[in-house]
Design a protein around this ligand. Structure first.
Ligand code: FPP
Length: 354
């Protein structure tokens, strides 16, 4: 049997010359990056350490990557911290993960706030132990004014669960006569799955980035061109909330918030009202770039709906080894990709956009 082509770069490959962070004026920056932070256990095992020590080491990579993403002008960063399947792990490892998550949230929240980074959790809330749940909700509240970047932590998150929950919400609305069955469209599901928190839109207010000394406010390729892309691109329905026939444009976000036990997200959907436009979108755009460390080449139930047209980038590096240069290499590779969204050829002004 012929060998499967290796889509992972060799470990020994030198970083390409273009691995430095792309210049915002010239290179497109992904508006939304999602990361599967894999390889902590193997990193620890290679050093004769318990698995939790790998997760502990992984926190430094989280800090580095959050900072690099913000500096690069990434507006949305989604990190897969704990999946709905991770409950199958030994209880000692799960407890250690909750402990580390609490420590991260408590220790980092002041700095996140100072840097204008807003943190929200996505995933099930109902099964979280009280400690991490409380720490998460306090951090969400404390950082709620952040305008530079939205950091989404996927905790007890599974894409199949999220899709089923969204379908249930829409089915309930249809049963109650609030929407027609025909209103259960791709756009309606996207609104359920990707609610943005209240007050965090696709564009930061003019003062936000300047106050925080961030590059996020500058006209990065992805950001600026997304705004202009209200046309017929295949995935625009996922980005721009549209009114349903029943005028329920934000019922989705509201319901998804309620479904997740997140009153703030529910309020976000309810407050925006039915006249939502692209300019005050309450929907998080799908990831432009998904990074997976640790050498596995799969999605592991992460953002399956949202990644329909996401660029995928895999590396053998284990998550604790994921350095600034690794992130820069991923961004540089993204800048080289041609995105067509199912169209025959690339539109000249849509290179590496959403
Ligand atoms: C996968 O590696 C990693 C996880 C299941 C947890 C990720 C958690 C962290 C990086 C630390 C806490 C996170 C935050 C956001 C503070 P693995 O254990 O499956 O590694 P392996 O494949 O080598 O066994």
């Amino acid at each position: 049997m012929a060998a499967t082509p290796d889509i992972l770069p060799p470990d020994t490959a030198p970083a390409p010359m273009s691995a430095a962070l792309p210049e915002p004026a010239t290179a497109p920056v992904p508006r939304h990056v999602a990361i599967i932070m894999d390889g902590n256990g193997r990193w620890a095992a290679a050093r004769g350490l318990p698995r939790w020590a790998g997760h502990h080491a992984g926190i430094a990579s989280v800090r580095r990557t959050v900072e690099e993403a913000r500096k690069a002008g990434v507006r949305y960063l989604t990190l897969y911290a704990f999946s709905t399947e991770n409950w199958k792990r030994p209880s000692v490892e799960i407890s250690a993960l909750w402990e580390l998550l609490c420590r991260f949230l408590v220790c980092e929240r002041a700095e996140l706030k100072a840097k204008g980074i807003r943190l929200v959790g996505i995933g099930r809330r109902d099964r979280l132990p009280l400690g991490p749940r409380t720490a998460l909700e306090l951090t969400e509240r404390l950082t709620a004014g952040g305008q530079d970047m939205l950091l989404r932590l996927a905790i007890d998150y599974g894409s199949q669960w999220a899709i089923a929950a969204a379908a249930q919400t829409l089915a309930r609305q249809a049963l109650a006569g609030k929407i027609a069955v025909e209103d259960i469209t791709e756009a309606a599901l996207a609104r359920q799955l990707q609610p943005a928190p209240a007050g965090f839109g696709p564009h930061p207010p003019a003062s936000a980035g300047a106050a925080n000394g961030s590059r996020a406010n500058e006209a990065v390729g992805g950001e600026a061109s997304y705004a202009a892309a209200g046309d017929a691109a295949a995935n625009d329905a996922n980005v721009v909330p549209m009114r349903s026939a029943a005028g329920q444009s934000n019922g989705g976000a509201a319901a998804a918030g309620e479904e997740n036990g997140d009153a703030e997200l529910a309020a976000a959907g309810a407050a925006a009202g039915p006249e939502t436009s692209a300019e005050d979108a309450t929907t998080v755009p799908p990831p432009d770039l998904l990074i997976r460390t640790g050498g596995e080449v799969r999605l592991s139930n992460f953002l399956l709906w949202e990644c329909a047209y996401t660029e995928l980038w895999f590396t053998r590096e284990l998550w604790p080894e994921f350095e600034r240069e690794s992130f820069a290499t991923a961004l540089a590779e993204f800048a080289r990709r041609q995105r067509r969204f199912g169209a025959a050829e690339e539109a000249p002004d849509r290179r590496a956009e959403g």
